[in-house]
Design a protein around this ligand. Structure first.
Ligand code: ATP
Length: 238
């Protein structure tokens, strides 16, 4: 569904992403893990058109999307939920969700019906739909960002660091939601520093370090890989 070929991203003269290639197969959850500054966010931003690559190509459902505008890419069904959630704190939950209707070609009535349908699975947000989004807890704000993404009709949902700043139990909730979204047919690419939780949810994983992909395998194999265990899971084989 998504193919990234030899992607290079530079800021000034410095390469943040170097010759990165990977794929996301339709129907799967793929995790891109790596430490702070590895180049994960730059990779996602380049896929969604927010950053222009210095080299390489991005294909979505077989069509080259390199260099296309972010709204054109979103319209194709490739939806990016950014790091830090980027919700509007001074708008209510409902108003935040209505913001995603602007990228849709359906009527307001149809959109509101769809919104109420999606909210059935997010009772906490439904109860808080008239509350200012900035007053929600971190976990609720992440849910809001996910629901807003879902209302843009994604074929592939890209989430940047959904666990950021959340307590472990809330992280579990968020990843359970990501799993159920995937079960309902949406392909997922998740970028995470939290290797344990991301690889536990994923089918396949890529490990990124200083701008390059250094490892790739089935997620369950990566969870038992000694290098991954040592660097990302804080475990030693011996
Ligand atoms: P994090 O999890 O902290 O977001 P990351 O793996 O997503 O890390 P990036 O945010 O892609 O990494 O950053 C990769 C490198 O590019 C870092 O060295 C960072 O300082 C640099 N970088 C990112 N954005 C810019 C920018 N707009 N201008 C200059 N350098 C940047």
């Amino acid at each position: 569904m998504l193919r990234v070929e030899n992607l290079t991203v530079k800021y000034g003269g410095i390469a943040a992403v170097r010759d990165v290639s990977f794929e996301v197969e339709k129907g799967k959850i793929v995790a891109l893990i790596g430490n702070n500054g590895a180049g994960k966010t730059s990779t996602l931003k380049t896929i969604s058109g927010l950053v222009h690559p210095a080299g390489g190509h991005v294909f979505f459902e077989g069509n080259e999307i390199t260099g296309m505008k972010p709204h054109e890419i979103a319209k194709m069904g490739l939806i990016h939920i950014p790091e830090g959630r980027h919700i509007f704190p001074n708008l209510t939950v409902k108003e935040n969700l209505i913001m995603s209707s602007y990228s849709r070609t359906i009527s307001k009535v149809e959109f509101l019906e769809e919104m109420n349908e999606v909210l059935k699975n997010f009772k906490v947000l439904k109860e808080r739909e008239n509350q200012l989004a900035g007053t929600l807890s971190g976990g609720e704000q992440q849910m809001l960002a996910i629901v807003r993404g879902m209302l843009q009709s994604p074929k592939l949902l890209m989430l940047d660091e959904p666990s950021m700043g959340l307590a472990p139990l809330v992280v579990e909730d968020v990843f359970n939601i990501i799993r159920s979204i995937n079960k309902n047919g949406t392909t997922v690419l998740v970028v995470e520093q939290n290797a344990q939780v991301a690889l536990s949810a994923a089918d396949y994983g890529y490990v990124m370090e200083v701008g390059e992909i250094i490892l790739q395998d089935d997620a369950k194999n990566l969870l038992s890989n000694s290098q991954v265990k040592k660097i990302y899971l804080g475990e030693n084989d011996d």
